[in-house]
Design a protein around this ligand. Structure first.
Ligand code: IPM
Ligand code: MG
Length: 372
């Protein structure tokens, strides 16, 4: 059997520097845990545009389709703001999601104990928080047609279309119900059925899938605006949340910040199983390219490292090794290590991106030595 393959797409901004730390972790697993991967690297986003004039070449797209898992850093930057829409770095990422048909985007928001004080909310509201947002990722207003800026009479009109088919709703709902069963067995579905027909259909289909296939899971529905409010009021009322592409984009940023920093949160984007049984999969941090701090060694590599932990769990059937990596992250945070994004008023000295990566490796080493 050949080693499983990982395609790394570091992308733009802080993407390359956080991915450098992930590569160290991948190598660590090869040496210490017998998990050897065939790792290759390619360009996406602005980095691809600079070389090829497109944010994702067909060759890279084909490699991503072949890979057992894709790890992506971040895309975008001010340098590309004036580009035509189809050439923007973000289009590279959207093409990957669409053509790999990665319809279920898992965005956990977990508050590490050591960071409970760092959230903008009170520690008792976020301490121990562990929720999972499942965002539909291949449809909705991100991809609906018609779209564009058109002339109408004597003015321009900007158009995007929110569009969902029943099967698109049903499949992401199933992913969310399945996850709920492995967690606290509670699912909350969010839409705007009070103003949007697509929201009415969303609610109907989720209700039908529930009745037919998952009656054991506790299901509730919420309008997405109320959901945003409830997420800040008492986030621990939620276990799994399922929602559409745009609401999921917004709500997952909100949920991420509950935990203190966008620099902490990973994501997995999963599609249908491939011939080898593994799901089509792309893993990426929820944070963006942060061009303002790129190249300065200030970025927090944890979100990207935890994205690799998700890859271990969801693509490589190595849940215990994923736990091990998450525990190593928890350990370094408990030891007080902080990158600049995790420092508030207290003014302690931040560690650099690579120091954080090295500390996590040291904690992994300790976990092996402790077991030996
Ligand atoms: C995200 C990002 C992307 C999105 C951008 C970079 C296209 O905000 O993954 O949440 O809007 O989906
Ligand atoms: Mg977003």
């Amino acid at each position: 059997m050949p080693n499983p393959s990982i395609l790394i797409l570091p992308g733009d901004g802080i993407g390359p520097e956080v991915m450098t730390e992930v590569r160290k972790i991948i190598d660590w697993y090869g040496v210490n845990r017998g998990l050897a991967f065939d790792v290759s690297e390619d360009l996406v986003g602005g980095a691809a545009y600079d070389v090829h004039g497109t944010p994702l070449t067909d060759e890279t797209m084909a490699k991503a389709q072949e890979a057992d898992a894709v790890l992506l850093g971040a895309v975008g930057g001010p340098k590309y703001d004036t580009l035509d829409f189809n050439e923007k770095p973000e289009r590279g990422l959207l093409r990957l999601r669409k053509e790999m048909d990665l319809y279920a985007n898992l965005r956990p928001a977990q508050c590490f104990d050591a960071l409970a004080d760092f959230s903008s909310l009170k520690p008792e509201i976020v301490g121990g928080l562990d929720i999972m947002i499942v965002r539909e990722l291949t449809s909705g207003v991100y991809f609906g047609e018609p779209r564009g800026v058109f002339e109408e009479g004597n003015e321009r009109v900007g158009v995007n279309t929110q569009r969902y088919t029943e099967s698109e709703i049903a499949r992401v709902a199933r992913s969310a119900f399945e996850l709920a069963r492995k967690r606290d067995n509670k699912l909350c579905s969010m839409e705007k059925a009070n103003v949007m027909e697509s929201g009415v259909l969303w609610r109907d289909v989720v209700t039908e899938v529930h009745a037919a296939e998952y009656p054991d899971v506790e299901l509730s529905h919420m309008y997405a605006d109320a959901g945003a409010m409830q997420l800040t009021r008492w986030p621990k009322q939620f276990d799994v949340i399922v929602t559409d592409n745009l609401f999921g984009d917004l709500l997952s940023d909100l949920a991420a910040m509950l935990t203190g920093s966008l620099g902490m949160l990973p994501s997995a984007s999963l599609g249908a199983p491939m011939a080898n049984g593994r799901p089509k999969a792309l893993y990426e941090p929820v944070h963006g390219s942060a061009p303002d701090i790129a190249g300065q060694g200030k970025a927090n590599p944890i979100a990207c490292i935890l994205s690799f932990a998700m890859a271990l769990r969801y693509s490589f059937d190595a849940g215990e090794d994923a736990d091990r990596l998450e525990a190593a992250v928890e350990k370094v945070l408990a030891d007080g290590l902080r990158t600049a994004d995790l420092i508030g008023e207290e003014g302690r000295a931040p560690v650099s991106t690579s120091e954080m990566g090295d500390a996590i490796i040291a904690a992994l080493d300790a976990s092996v030595n402790a077991a030996a």
